[in-house]
Design a binder for this molecule. Structure first.
Ligand code: ADP
Ligand code: MG
Length: 235
């Protein structure tokens, strides 16, 4: 008699996807929630970009990821989509579950826009902590129990000093975006301080256009067994 053929995980999934008429490599094959898929489609994304295709499956399993690809390659959605999938909906429990750090006010505001767009069909709440805005307005955002914090390192540390009881221990998902810039701008010490304030039970992602030695060292210290995904300049 013929041995039954053993079809391994990845191939079995490919066969199932084909039956469901899902385009190979599409967002629909990643097992994302319908509300997240709706947000992606509404944003106008049809297919993942190369960096997204490589990092989304890893990040969605909960693994730490270092992603390196040129500017304009779509790194933002590569870390925002797994974050939204992990958080799913607003939690009434105190304390943010996700933290995104970026080097500048302008970049943080851009990231916020993308997070709002992709999370359009969820009830997730955000707070933006950047320099240049009043602390009071940001206190109010924090008081509304946000699920996601988007911050520059300096202003985040300022809040941690000013706001009694504010803690990063509830953070499960942490992103360092434009990490090479974070380092170039001299935030290394503050980044280490932020790391030390979070619990160990978290997923950490670091995205960057380049990976200088100091940054690679930081990644090894702050991330758990990260997968390194590096795309060449022309992809
Ligand atoms: P990076 O952070 O790598 O510089 P961004 O995340 O800012 O890149 O994305 C660059 C541009 O590509 C943005 O306009 C973004 O909306 C767009 N983009 C990202 N992902 C996709 C996608 N899957 N399909 C189409 N456009 C995308
Ligand atoms: Mg970027």
């Amino acid at each position: 008699a013929e041995e039954p053929q053993i079809v391994s995980g990845r191939r079995a999934k490919a066969i199932k996807d084909k039956r469901k008429k899902l385009k190979p490599g599409s967002f629909e094959t990643l097992g994302l929630s319908p509300v997240i898929i709706r947000g992606i489609k509404r944003k106008g994304y049809q297919l993942p970009t190369p960096i997204q295709r490589r990092t989304l499956p890893l990040a969605l399993t909960g693994q730490d990821v270092v992603g390196m690809a040129r500017t304009g390659s779509g790194k933002t959605a590569a870390f925002v989509i797994p974050m939204l999938e992990r958080l799913r909906e607003h939690s009434p429990r105190a304390g943010a579950r996700a933290l995104i750090l970026a080097p500048t006010r302008e970049l943080t505001l851009q990231l916020h826009k993308v997070v709002k767009e992709l999370s359009r069909y969820t009830d997730l709440r955000t707070a933006v902590l950047v320099g240049g805005d009043s602390m009071e307005a940001q206190f109010a955002e924090l008081a509304a129990n946000p699920d996601i914090l988007l911050a520059t390192p300096g202003r985040l540390m300022h809040h941690l000093q000013e706001v009694e009881g504010m803690s990063l221990q509830t953070v499960q998902y942490c992103v360092f975006d434009e990490a090479d810039q974070l380092f170039e701008m001299g935030f290394a010490e503050q980044l280490r301080a932020v790391l030390s304030k979070m619990g160990d039970a978290r997923q950490t992602l670091l995205f960057s256009a380049t990976l200088p030695a100091a940054l690679a060292e930081f990644a090894r210290a702050g991330l758990k067994n990260p997968a390194f995904v590096r795309l060449d300049a022309d992809t």
